[in-house]
Design a protein around this ligand. Structure first.
Ligand code: AGP
Length: 611
């Protein structure tokens, strides 16, 4: 939920850190701060964004330095103000620390420190940690590294931290447990961050820290240790898979609009090399060994959060329809705390764009502890979920920077279809039902392009509803999850309240909301067509404004609604991919017209790594 950067090398650390923080702002942007070594530790921090911190560094002349740390925050403990902003220092001002995560036993530790004369100034759990490191360092007269290690052994909860010590100005120490940290190995320089986006312009050589690991950097070397056993760990050096311009806006006003318009390509990337063209068969290397276990499973669970949960719902329909195995879809935050029935005969799929969502990660660990086989469907290569699950499939949608998930969703639905076909073909080699679906999957990218060409029309529709305070999204069958996703997109970036419902549910309550101020978006598909037309009539009879998204070419639809957005027809299992895109654009143009911060909506963060 927060973004962390640390640098040690030959460059001016302020430049590296501020640019890195701006690349991480999608993770949180309530406040920001920086600390550098220059005749002691110099620290500046402010509520607001990285741009505000940059201005403060200029105004207050932050000294040049080749070693420093920085942080952009999504508040968990303590309101977003200067005091609670990171970095945090100990009372001796010898230690400075940035943190991503939640220290669950911070009140116990805070009380312990108070009993030993150490009073914390801020409301944050982070300050407790830096005070504890300092207290141990001064009490036990041990090294910087050992003080960090001993302090972390007392911590319960999730952390990704980077620490400076005034007594050892040529060293940076970082550690992780539950919150992501990755570091880049440059030419006599190292940069550590919450993900690879601040690292990529300096080096493509990266190392992922794992839980309960600590790394010590000096100017020309580093080593990784186990926090608990204190022995050296030899880590694999990986190569970053994407280019710098993939994380730039490339001329679009917002990352979200860029990512919406990338979907023809990102969906193609999700299928690349995975459909054996002349045989019409699916190949997913990461699942090959698990196929029989999945087919023999007594229970399949798909777990996720937010938009990924909506994709999971569609995936569950496809798997049940093609593979004829029952599938339950669970919110990860509910699944992890409920007394569910999970055992060695259960297979759990975890769907996550970031691969770092705390609730989803916890759900996986719970399922594993009960003997289940776990499979990750993830976008970020090397992420925690990708490494925690037994098997997995990357969706290859490319970096998704906008907080509102768009191309990851359509790639998740694409890959879940590939998985369902793979399983169906493994169960019955000669299954015919999937042939049309495989052919239509190949047509997806060009059909997406046809929808994107309607962007101007969708913007003009959005312009009619800038003053709307509520929206209702209604769909049936495969289009019900689309109604949920369309509503989430709208509310999370435009702050207009919106709800998604099964269309037939409208008469069980929501119809009471219908009046001339309530725009209702219907996603109309062939299955249940007559029924949904009745629902549309019910809304119109009460003055509601109707917007229709459909692949059906019926003149009457234009009589029943103020606007019809037409999408190309395609197999019903993947039609949700096409019907969601106009809703992404509708939400985008409404939020933009309202002057909202589309890429960094208030109160939100791209990756919810806290519970
Ligand atoms: C989607 O637009 C939201 N940003 C949010 O619901 C997101 O889908 C959810 O937090 C899950 O994230 P993940 O896919 O990275 O696990």
């Amino acid at each position: 939920m927060c973004g962390i950067v640390g640098y040690i090398g030959k460059k001016n650390s302020k430049e590296v850190i501020l640019k890195g923080l701006s690349r991480l702002e999608y993770r949180g942007y309530d406040s920001a701060g920086i600390a550098v070594h220059s005749n002691g530790i110099n620290q500046l921090k402010t509520s607001g964004k990285v741009a505000d911190l940059d201005a403060k560094c200029i105004k207050e002349k932050l000294p040049k330095s080749s070693i420093g740390i920085g942080h952009t925050r999504w508040a968990t403990h303590g309101i977003p103000n200067d005091t609670n902003a990171h970095p945090h220092q100990d009372i001796t001002r010898n230690f400075t620390l940035v943190h991503n995560g939640i220290i669950e036993n911070y009140l116990t530790l805070k009380k312990y420190l108070a009993q030993n004369g150490i009073e914390c100034k801020s409301d944050t759990d982070t300050e407790v940690l830096v005070q504890l490191i300092s207290y141990i360092y001064n009490k036990d007269k041990i090294s910087f590294e050992e003080s960090v290690r001993y302090a972390l052994m007392k911590v319960v909860g999730a952390y990704g931290i980077v620490v400076l010590c005034g007594d050892e100005p040529d060293k940076i120490i970082a550690a992780r447990h539950g919150s992501p940290l990755v570091f880049g190995i440059g030419d006599s320089e190292f940069i550590i961050a919450s993900d690879t986006s601040p690292i990529i312009e300096f080096t493509r050589k990266i190392v992922y820290l794992d839980d309960a690991e600590l790394v010590v950097f000096t100017r020309d070397d580093y080593y990784v240790k186990s926090i608990l056993e204190n022995h050296i760990i030899l880590k694999t050096v990986n190569e970053i898979q994407f280019s710098l311009n993939q994380i730039e806006k490339n001329g679009y006003d917002h990352f979200m609009l860029k990512e919406i318009n990338e979907q023809s390509n990102s969906i193609a990337e999700s299928m690349r090399g995975r459909i054996i063209i002349d045989e019409g068969r699916i190949k997913l290397g990461g699942l090959q060994e698990a196929i029989q276990d999945i087919l023999n499973a007594k229970r399949i669970i798909i777990t996720a959060c937010g938009t990924s949960w909506h994709a999971s719902l569609i995936g569950s329909f496809v798997i049940e329809e093609l593979v004829r195995i029952p599938v339950n879809v669970e919110y990860a935050s509910e699944f992890r705390y409920r007394e569910t029935i999970v055992g060695p005969d259960t297979v759990l799929f975890a769907i996550s764009q970031s691969g770092e969502t705390a609730d989803t990660l916890a759900a996986i660990k719970k399922a594993k502890s009960l003997g289940a086989l776990t499979i990750g469907v993830v976008n970020v290569v090397g992420s925690s979920i990708a490494r925690e699950t037994d098997h997995g499939v990357y969706i290859h949608a490319g970096p998704e920077i906008g907080v509102a998930s768009t191309k990851a969703f359509t790639s998740q639905v694409t890959v879940l279809n590939l998985i369902a076909i793979l399983l169906a073909q493994a169960k019955d080699r000669n299954i015919k039902e999937v042939a049309n679906l495989v052919n239509d999957l190949k047509l997806l990218p060009e059909k997406v392009e046809l929808i994107l060409k309607q962007s101007k029309k969708i913007k003009s529709i959005a312009d009619n509803y800038i003053d709307a305070e509520n929206f209702l999204y209604l769909g049936r069958g495969y289009q019900f999850p689309v109604a949920l996703e369309g509503a989430l997109k709208l509310k999370e970036i435009s702050y207009i309240h919106a709800e998604g419902y099964p269309a037939a549910e409208m008469k069980h309550g929501p119809i009471a909301l219908i009046d001339e101020n309530m725009p209702v978006v219907f996603i109309v598909n062939e299955k249940g067509y007559e029924k949904i037309i009745s629902n549309i009539q019910e809304v119109r009879a009460r003055g509601g404004k109707v917007i229709i998204v459909t692949s059906i070419d019926q003149e009457e639809l234009h009589e029943y609604s103020s606007h019809v957005i037409h999408v190309p027809s395609i197999h019903q299992c993947i039609l949700p991919i096409l019907t969601t895109i106009p809703l992404q654009l509708l939400a985008y143009y409404l939020a933009k017209a309202k002057g909202c911060d589309v890429d960094q909506p208030r109160n939100l963060a791209k990756s919810v790594t806290v519970e």
